[in-house]
Write a new protein. Structure first.
Lengths: 332, 428
């Protein structure tokens, strides 16, 4: 087989892996939108905040140390201990649940019945607030996230495939971190689907997603469900934050990964978990393949960001509700 | 009684709002928040700590105390312009925009307002021509110098011959990232190496395509013009594909500690340029620690002292302070104006002896500024990351750029700017 053909396959494989990472971010949007009709602009910042919290807890950093030191004239920065990864993850999830409760109690409870655009604007405010709190709580330094995730290309895959082409083919490159992210995403999606299908709370969540009024009439607490949904979105944000943060360190640009989720949502629909996954895969493969075949050789490269949106727009023209979104039927 | 109290309060308010007199006002357009905070914070800490040290140790400069006005730009061009507009009325003497985007916006404004801008190693490269850009200074070096220094270093590494070599440029897809392309293209023709260009879109969190291309094309060297998260991801991706780190060289905005620490041991051997040599034991740091930090006046938490960008911020402040002293000397007044500071900057001369005297020997090269040359000497060093020790190690002495390539480019670009803007080149 020719090296060009094999490298094309390599691009497709890496596009699929990148798509999984995009889908991880998109999942958080879908969960909240499906249950409450809110497009959560703050999802990217939630990924950043959760990763910052995890890194801060693991390193034994004192939250709000800068503020405390400025007020009391102290010089404290660390507790002097380190927290094991699993315990830190549990503590971070507790923080995200508290955050979910606060969001529900202090923001959205007061906005029940408001127009979707008002709710969307509220999430914009929430995003900037959370980014500021994250900065104040953990500082703006880049934090290394040492959670034991593997880095680097898989030598096993590279060696096993290097004989497929000639001398100018060096074997497939597959990032070990991307492989782990794929496995984690599969487990996460399976877990979310199992939760919504087979647990009482999951069924209540689906009932709320279908019809708020009907769910209320059978005794389902909307407040509880929304806290639950925001907590699950917090879990998804943590997973996304860890996977992206492992590549670059945890830093404030992590919040911009939300930009990668938007075309995925446009393509896959705002209400479908499988849609987020398939959308992510299509966007991942589409943008990488376009860059490989057209962008880099003919357009000077760096086409991925805008091509993802072009691809999503093309799908929108034919399926405005997205690939897996609920079909829009309006009766007159 | 009530009227009297109101009048007293109004007077107090007016006095508080009026600009303080007999002070050297220096705005600090910093960015301690947002995606680029990790780079902006140490620079700003170093910039402010040095001025605060001068206030504490020498009572300011020439007997005038220094007042710093910090304004947060978030590395956002619009906010940077707002910061400029809101601080210039305070009697601002000099601006260090710390962003190429902000610099481009401020060049016409500051020129019209008569306030000098210092863009140290960034901004518009052709501003080195002081006859066109009377109010803009980019000493001690600029982007085109950096590109040339990189190639000169590689020439040295390869016995003076780069013909047939493949060099890839990974760059931030912005005005900043594109700055070295023209220079590298000219150098490619001159030295016979093959140049490939790989653009990375903002913010640079995802670079898989670019590094797969590098893996396929196997260049001998990769040069990088990155900033922010692009740097950390690039170093990690280079390590992932097994690219030899000693053949990967970033510019001086891709060579701070936080650019390499996230990748851990995998970043070992990565190289970058630096316009300021670092040394954690500089004598000037003793003064900063004892007079500023221990007095509780540190701009930050004090953790960045000695780092690459803290040292660069301190170096920038020192160059501003020296220019202020020169302006005071030229005009015979201590409370100088922005226009007088411009004269001081144009007559600035930094010698090795003076650097030693200031407690920062070898931090920057010796250079002098003139009306014709606002760009300084253009020298840079190559440093290498030692992951085990967690520190940068200087590999070379200061390397000179190839002026025969840079000077015509500066002349051409500045002439085009002058023609576009109806500027008659000349000295003030």
């Amino acid at each position: 087989m020719s090296a060009d053909f094999l490298y094309g396959i390599e691009v497709i494989i890496n596009g699929l892996m990148a798509g999984v990472l995009y889908a991880l971010v998109a999942l958080g949007f879908v969960l909240i939108y499906k249950a409450s009709g809110i497009f959560n602009y703050a999802q990217g910042v939630m990924a950043l905040f959760s990763a910052l919290t995890l890194a801060g807890i693991m390193s034994g950093q004192v939250p709000f140390a800068h503020l405390i030191n400025a007020i009391f004239g102290t010089e404290i920065h660390y507790f002097g201990w380190e927290v094991p990864v699993l315990a830190a993850i549990v503590l971070t999830l507790v923080v995200m649940v508290v955050f979910a409760w606060c969001v529900q109690r202090f923001v959205f409870r007061h906005l029940v019945g408001q127009e979707p655009i008002i709710l969307f604007m509220a999430t914009i405010g929430l995003a900037y607030f959370l980014e500021g709190v994250g900065d104040l709580m953990w500082g703006s330094d880049i934090k290394t996230l040492a959670v034991g995730l593997p880095q680097g290309g898989s030598m096993f895959v590279e060696n096993a495939t290097s004989g497929l082409g000639g001398d100018d083919f060096y074997g497939f490159f597959i990032d070990k971190l991307d492989m782990v992210a794929t496995v984690v995403a599969i487990i996460l999606v399976a877990g979310l689907i199992a939760f919504s299908q087979y647990t009482k709370q999951g069924r209540a969540m689906r009932a709320v997603a279908d019809d708020h009024q009907a769910a209320l009439s059978v005794g389902i607490s909307l407040n509880f469900i929304w806290v639950l949904v925001w907590s699950l979105a917090g879990l998804v944000a943590l997973v996304a934050g860890v996977m992206w943060g492992a590549k670059s360190g945890v830093q404030f640009s992590l919040s911009l990964i939300a930009l990668k989720a938007l075309p995925v949502l446009m393509l896959g629909g705002f209400t479908s978990i499988p849609g987020a996954i398939v959308g992510g895969l299509i966007i991942g493969v589409g943008e990488k393949l376009f860059e490989y075949l057209i962008g880099a050789p003919f357009l000077g490269g760096a086409t991925e960001n805008w091509f993802a949106y072009v691809l999503a727009l093309l799908f929108l023209v034919f399926r405005p509700q997205g690939l897996f979104g609920e079909r829009i039927i309006e009766r007159v | 009684m009530k009227m009297k109290r109101l009048a007293a309060m109004a007077l107090a308010g007016t006095l508080a709002a009026a600009p303080a007199m007999a002070e050297l006002v220096i705005p600090d357009l910093s960015y301690r928040t947002g995606p680029y905070a990790a780079g902006g914070t140490p620079f700003s800490d170093g910039y402010q700590d040095y001025f605060n040290m001068l206030n504490a140790r020498d009572g300011g400069i020439g007997g005038e105390s220094i007042r710093i006005i910090e304004c947060e730009t978030g590395y956002n061009t619009e906010k940077g312009v707002e910061c400029y507009e809101s601080t210039k009325g305070e009697g601002a003497l000099i601006y260090q925009p710390l962003s190429t985007g902000i610099t481009y916006q401020l060049i016409p404004k500051a020129t019209a307002d008569g306030i000098p801008i210092h863009t140290m190693g960034y901004g518009r490269t052709s501003a080195a021509n002081g006859e066109v850009f009377n109010w803009v200074f980019n000493y001690p070096a600029n982007y085109w110098d950096a590109a040339s220094v990189m190639i000169n270093y590689l020439l040295e590494e390869n016995g003076g011959d780069l013909s047939g070599k493949k060099i890839a440029l990974v760059y931030h897809n912005s005005a900043y990232g594109k700055e070295p392309i023209r220079t590298l293209e000219n150098l490619s023709e001159m030295h016979g190496f093959e140049l490939s260009q790989l653009a990375v879109d903002h913010p640079g969190q995802e670079q898989k395509s670019q590094w797969l291309q590098i893996r396929r094309e196997r260049p001998d060297y990769v040069l990088m013009w990155g900033w922010g998260v692009m740097n950390q991801v690039a170093v990690q991706e280079a390590a992932n594909i097994g690219f030899p780190m000693e053949n990967f060289i970033g510019n001086w905005w891709a060579g701070a500690e936080h650019d390499v620490t996230p990748a851990g041991a995998a970043a070992d051997g990565y190289k970058s340029l630096n316009m300021n040599r670092i040394d954690a034991n500089l004598p000037v740091f003793d003064d900063i620690r004892s007079l500023v930090h221990e007095a509780g006046n540190a701009a930050g938490d004090g953790s960045h002292v000695g780092s690459v960008l803290y040292t660069r911020g301190m170096y920038a402040a020192m160059l501003a302070a020296e220019a202020i002293a020169k302006a005071q000397e030229i005009h015979g007044v201590s409370n100088i104006t922005a226009a007088q500071l411009r004269d001081g900057m144009e007559a600035l001369e930094i010698t090795e002896a003076r650097m030693e005297e200031l407690g920062m020997p070898q931090v920057g090269p010796a250079f002098s500024v003139s009306c014709e040359n606002h760009g300084g000497s253009g020298l840079g060093i190559v440093q290498q990351w030692n992951a085990a020790d967690g520190q940068w190690v200087a590999l070379t002495d200061y390397i000179a750029p190839d002026d025969s390539v840079i000077d015509p480019l500066v002349a051409e670009d500045s002439a085009a700017f002058a023609a576009e803007n109806g500027i008659e080149p000349g000295c003030l």
